[in-house]
Design a protein around this ligand. Structure first.
Ligand SMILES: [Zn+2]
Length: 71
């Protein structure tokens, strides 16, 4: 009975920006995810995820243009 809500959620989730700055027109559920400082972030590929996990601070610093730090 929640068709409308489901449709709205799908519409909302059909594009996202990966932490490395790439924009995807796709469902983020199909992409690698991680948590960074309490926020859910998305990565474009598994190798991107590996680079992030090996040194999150450095990775984010290197991609700062696309990531807005909330302070
Ligand atoms: Zn990436």
């Amino acid at each position: 009975m929640s068709d409308l809500k489901t449709a709205a959620e799908q519409k909302k989730r059909d594009s996202f920006v990966a932490i490395c700055g790439r924009v995807f027109r796709a469902d983020p559920d199909y992409f690698p995810q991680a948590e960074y400082r309490g926020r859910r972030i998305y990565l474009c590929t598994d190798s991107c995820l590996g680079a992030f996990l090996s040194d999150p601070e450095r990775f984010v610093a290197a991609h700062k243009k696309s990531y807005r730090k909330e302070e």
